[in-house]
Write a protein that binds this ligand. Structure first.
Ligand code: 4NP
Length: 170
């Protein structure tokens, strides 16, 4: 079997959005029988929460939708991640800027075709996503986490379709 496709979700703290994205995407990949073909991870651009489990509000909204995030632990994005992963998905434009800043020389060129915003994959009926950022739910209430879940659920469907086509996974 050929090398797996490596997909990394990135947010700021790696405790709210990207762990949920990892859980949502993993469930879709497993349902498609592609868990050996696609490897999934998440990381934060910041170091404040390294080693911590996901925020209880992300764990709760995940659990309500059949996802178990409890084994995840936060880690900080490294420069090696930028070359190791085939697909890098930033939750918002500021995460995307921080990813580019971490690249050698701040050069976006080697990331072209691999670095995307999560909401690039949230198409509506016109085929285009209108919103740029998955909003940071950290300082808000539980509604924000449910909203994030719904955005991720829609976007990860299209992301999986795209990864399958791009990497000829059938
Ligand atoms: P996340 O949310 O980036 O979705 O994990 C945040 C978590 C923690 C902080 C900010 C955002 N923080 O400032 O500690």
């Amino acid at each position: 079997m050929s090398e797996p496709v490596r997909v990394l979700f990135v947010c700021l703290g790696n405790i709210c959005r990207s762990p949920l994205a990892e859980g949502v995407f993993r469930a879709k990949v497993e349902a498609a029988g592609l868990d050996r073909a696609i490897q999934i991870d998440s990381a934060g651009t910041g170091a404040w929460h390294v080693g911590e489990p996901p925020d209880p509000r992300s764990v709760a909204v995940g659990r309500r939708h059949g996802l178990d995030l409890s084994a995840q632990r936060a880690r900080q994005l490294t420069r090696e991640d930028l070359s190791r992963f085939d697909v890098l998905i930033a939750m918002d434009a500021s995460n995307r800027r921080n990813i580019i800043r971490l690249a050698p020389g701040g050069d976006v060129e080697p990331l072209r075709g691999r670095l995307w915003l999560m909401r690039n994959f949230e198409f509506d009926d016109d085929g285009a996503g209108d919103d740029v950022d998955v909003p940071d739910p950290w300082s808000g209430g539980p509604d924000g986490f449910l909203h994030v879940y719904k955005v991720l659920d829609r976007a990860c469907d299209h992301l999986l379709t795209w990864v399958r086509a791009e990497h000829a996974l059938g």
